[in-house]
Design a protein around this ligand. Structure first.
Ligand code: UGY
Ligand code: MN
Length: 243
């Protein structure tokens, strides 16, 4: 816990179109459909977002029931293990995608921690199949030819998917090439390192464990600082028209 939190300070900042959610302000809850788990929902539709993003932690073994009707789920394992209904075991840096009504629940071992995303899936034709994988097996691609900024795409680039989930890897000093503005939203979790995130007209120092919501059209830019690489997991509603 950040000692300044005892004096009412936090780096969290909730604005109408973006939010920075830092660990000292996480509020842990329990939920009947996640028996035994504690959840800190960091992004939710109450903010104006089209997605929910949270951290789940399990002091003892715990469960997640399948998502509600029409809802898809993506989970990235941070610590411990999660088991899918088909017996697949996810370890740290492994992930799974569960389309609505497919993929079932999850079982977590004691000490497990993961970041979870849920959203109302936009079906166009047949649903994609559930996906699971391991980040270490996903090849990285330089973004716009910059080999100091490498993207790993965890889901297939197939138009049946309505969201993408990527890992962005920045060498120290690397940055996004320009200030992006786009109608798609983002949910983001810093995994390693740190830097400065520009959101709208605010510049925030960010570090591992920080989460960000970027609403539609929010001007956004990141520059990695320090001596070690910075890495974040980012989701984006894509493969869709704005109308
Ligand atoms: O895919 C993206 O829009 C990504 N480059 N945005 C970001 O990192 N803020
Ligand atoms: Mn973007």
């Amino acid at each position: 816990m950040n000692h300044l939190a005892a004096f009412g300070a936090t780096r969290s900042d909730i604005k109408p179109r973006h939010a920075l959610l830092t660990p000292e302000s996480h509020e842990w809850i329990t939920q009947p459909d996640w028996p035994g788990a504690e959840l800190a929902w960091l992004i939710s539709p109450d903010l104006g977002a089209q997605l929910a993003m949270g951290i789940v932690r399990c002091a003892e073994a715990c469960e997640a029931q399948p998502p509600a009707k029409g809802i898809a789920r993506f989970l990235f394992c941070l610590e411990g293990h999660a088991r899918l209904t088909d017996g697949t075991v996810l370890s740290p840096e492994d992930f799974c995608f569960q389309p609505p009504g497919l993929g079932g629940g999850l079982h977590f071992t004691a000490g497990a921690k993961a970041v979870v995303f849920e959203w109302r899936f936009l079906p166009r034709g047949p649903l994609p199949n559930p996906v699971h994988g391991s980040l270490k097996k996903i090849a990285g691609r330089p973004l716009r030819g910059d080999d100091r900024l490498v993207v790993q795409k965890m889901l297939p680039e197939d138009s049946s998917f309505d969201f993408e989930f990527n890992i962005m890897n920045f060498q120290p000093g690397a940055s996004l090439a320009y200030v992006e503005t786009h109608f798609m939203e983002h949910g983001l979790l810093m995994l390693d390192g740190g830097g400065v995130y520009r959101l709208d007209r605010d510049w925030y120092p960010v570090t591992a464990g920080d989460a960000i919501w970027m609403g539609p059209h929010v001007p956004q830019w990141f520059g990695a600082l320090g001596r070690s690489p910075a890495r974040y997991l980012i989701c984006k509603n894509y493969n869709r028209s704005p109308l």
